[in-house]
Design a protein around this ligand. Structure first.
Ligand SMILES: C[S@@+](CC[C@H](N)C(=O)[O-])C[C@H]1O[C@@H](n2cnc3c(N)ncnc32)[C@H](O)[C@@H]1O
Length: 325
């Protein structure tokens, strides 16, 4: 897949149905093409505020083995999306979403969503909360309170590199993903995410049976990854880029989805942005539910989902809870 493929084809979608003039009393199922009705994978995509959508899902008794959320980070910035790209021509930059709430207000916003996420998990389910230095330490305290400190599973450091204007401090080039389980017994498939040992380790153990601390690793089977992961950010030359500024790499989501859900499980991302969790989950045979308040994010997600082979069953919902400006 070539550079910016999705950006260039963006004009294929512009869905006025996602934007309501009046609030909806409940989610409205839109007639936007239902995907392949014979498919194994069911994808539900909601355009609306995640608190309203999540509350409705809770009422419907929907529960999820895996919930990943990549909410606004309290960065104080506004973010853009690229649309109407044509091959060889400059695409148009439009506003995507704003992340500039006052910090206390932001934390109240986040706490309501984290509480909902906890309630939407299955008893053996796992929540991944993706943040960075702006708010992650506050979120850790919130999550300890909501789940109990003993339900903390991991603090994953996602490292990347790239340009930075900072010269008066070290460059801030990692995000933090906090992981909590709903219960003491939880699903975790270590074998699904094993990686090869690094070459130096393999050389050491091949050189002498006495290497290490008396334990000889199974070099052929590979190891369970550490809690720090390097994956490059989605950059201009990457084929998966869809022109949504905070898009996360598929490789990052793939590790999460494979470790903490099984084929056939329901997976939720209620700040789905460009739909990364949805495409990765559907490809892996999970049933994703996505939600975003921004119609442009939903359009980007649909564009990606509709290019999957095999095509999943697709339902698109709108749940407008306030009149747009
Ligand atoms: C960091 S981005 C997610 C990016 C996504 N992980 C991806 O790979 O493209 C955060 C998203 O949260 C959405 N968002 C913010 N407030 C929301 C709300 N109240 N309900 C639903 N989505 C919301 C924004 O529109 C934005 O798309």
């Amino acid at each position: 897949m070539g550079r910016g493929t999705f950006e260039h084809n963006y004009q294929a979608l512009n869905l006025p149905e996602l934007r309501a003039a009046e609030p909806d009393a409940r989610p409205v199922l839109l007639q936007l093409g239902e995907g392949d009705q014979a498919a194994r994978v069911q994808v539900d995509v909601f355009c609306g505020d995640n608190l309203a959508v999540g509350g409705w899902l809770l009422d419907q008794a929907a529960r999820f083995r895996l919930i990943y959320i990549d909410p606004p980070f309290a960065s104080g910035k506004t973010y853009a999306a690229r649309v109407n790209g044509a091959k060889g021509a400059q695409s148009e930059v439009i506003h995507a979403y704003t992340d500039d709430a006052q910090f206390d207000e932001y934390l109240r916003w986040l706490e309501a969503r984290l509480t909902l996420a906890r309630d939407l998990l299955t008893s053996d389910g796992t929540l991944y909360v993706h943040l960075d230095w702006h708010a992650v330490h506050y979120a850790k305290v919130l999550l300890d309170r909501l789940f109990g400190r003993e339900r903390f599973l991991n603090e994953i450091i996602w490292c990347y590199h790239g340009p930075s204007p900072i010269t008066s401090a070290f460059k801030r080039k990692h995000d933090t993903i906090l992981v909590y389980t709903k219960g003491r017994d939880y699903y975790f498939d270590a074998d699904a995410v094993r990686v090869p040992y690094d070459e130096a380790t393999v050389r050491t153990f091949q050189s002498s049976p006495k290497a290490g601390f008396g334990k000889v690793p199974d070099l052929a089977r590979g190891k369970v990854p550490e809690d720090w992961w390097y994956f490059p950010v989605v950059a201009r030359l990457h084929g998966e880029r869809v022109g949504y500024e905070t898009q996360k790499p598929e490789a990052l989501l793939q590790r999460i989805v494979l470790a903490s859900s099984a084929p056939g499980d329901r997976v939720l991302d209620f700040c789905c942005g460009s739909g990364t969790t949805g495409v990765v989950s559907a490809r892996a045979g999970r049933n994703p539910t996505l939600c975003d308040a921004n119609p442009v994010a939903i359009e980007k997600s649909l564009l990606r989902l509709r290019r999957l082979t095999p095509l999943p069953k697709l339902r698109v919902w709108r749940y407008a809870t306030m009149i747009p400006e």
